[in-house]
Write a protein that binds this ligand. Structure first.
Ligand code: AP5
Length: 222
């Protein structure tokens, strides 16, 4: 039998490097990247009712209500591409009730990656982050500068990327992180996220290779 596609959750504090690592993981493993934050920002861009409500919470660094987030993520996870290629869930679950909703739907990851980054590093990463609205690529003025002037001139900053707002986001993170971790304790891989992005990826790559190998053994295809 062929091994089932990989199901991965990546978590970590605001600006710990989840999005950056997701770019590298999807490139190598072909998983469907599902970012709760990106789905919410798409709702805001579409000026939907959910988007308008979500923005009020995001401006304050608080969790957007489950009524909006849970269905949105679940529907994306159950799309055919996610089911066929496997998925990489980023920024969800962020509370015990969100984790419980996944469990209720019978959705459980193979591995839960936790990016561990110190607080002073997080603030520096937030303040220097820039986004390319054309490609969606994540940059940092110091650590991942844009390749040329054309890209540089069109870079944008997220509305919640100020030092003041990241402090609020961090507080929300600290309030909820232990509840989420306790649900996935047995499948958690803690990664040192303070180092350069290539070195963070090496650690994640090793963990995913290990999980994928184990699944092949278990499914009898090795
Ligand atoms: P979301 O968009 O998920 O934001 P976040 O969790 O705060 O995480 P970020 O996207 O800020 O950071 P990241 O970890 O992806 O880091 P990145 O790779 O960009 O959520 C935003 C808001 O939406 C929340 O506050 C909440 O209101 C709402 N929300 C989202 N999910 C929700 C949910 N489930 N329930 C309810 N509400 C929800 O990296 C950051 C910077 O550092 C970049 O500039 C990058 O270039 C740089 N960098 C990355 N790695 C390295 C490295 N190794 N070395 C040096 N620089 C690096």
């Amino acid at each position: 039998a062929k091994a089932e596609p990989l199901k991965v959750i990546i978590s970590g504090a605001p600006a710990s490097g989840k999005g950056t690592q997701c770019e590298l993981i999807t490139k190598k493993y072909g998983l469907v990247h599902i970012s709760a934050g990106d789905l919410l920002r798409a709702e805001i861009a579409a000026a939907s009712e959910n988007g308008k409500l979500a923005k009020e919470y995001m401006e304050k660094g608080q969790l957007v209500p489950n009524e909006i987030v849970v269905m949105m993520v679940k529907e994306r996870l159950l799309q055919p591409d996610s089911q066929q290629k496997g998925w990489l869930l980023d920024g969800y679950p962020r509370s015990s009730s969100q984790a419980a909703a996944l469990e209720d739907y019978g959705i459980r990851p193979d591995v839960f990656i936790l990016l561990d980054v110190s607080e002073d590093v997080l603030v520096e990463r937030v303040v220097g982050r820039r986004l390319d609205p054309l490609t969606g690529k994540i940059y940092h003025l110091k650590y991942s500068p844009p390749e040329n002037n054309e890209i540089s001139s069109r870079l944008t900053q997220r509305f919640d990327d100020t030092e003041e707002k990241v402090k609020l986001r961090l507080r929300t993170h600290h309030e909820n992180v232990d509840d989420v971790l306790s649900v996935y304790k047995d499948i958690t891989v803690k990664v040192d996220g303070n180092v350069a992005k290539e070195n963070v990826f090496e650690q994640i790559d090793a963990a995913l290779t290990h999980v994928a190998e184990q699944r092949k053994v278990n499914s009898g295809s090795l």
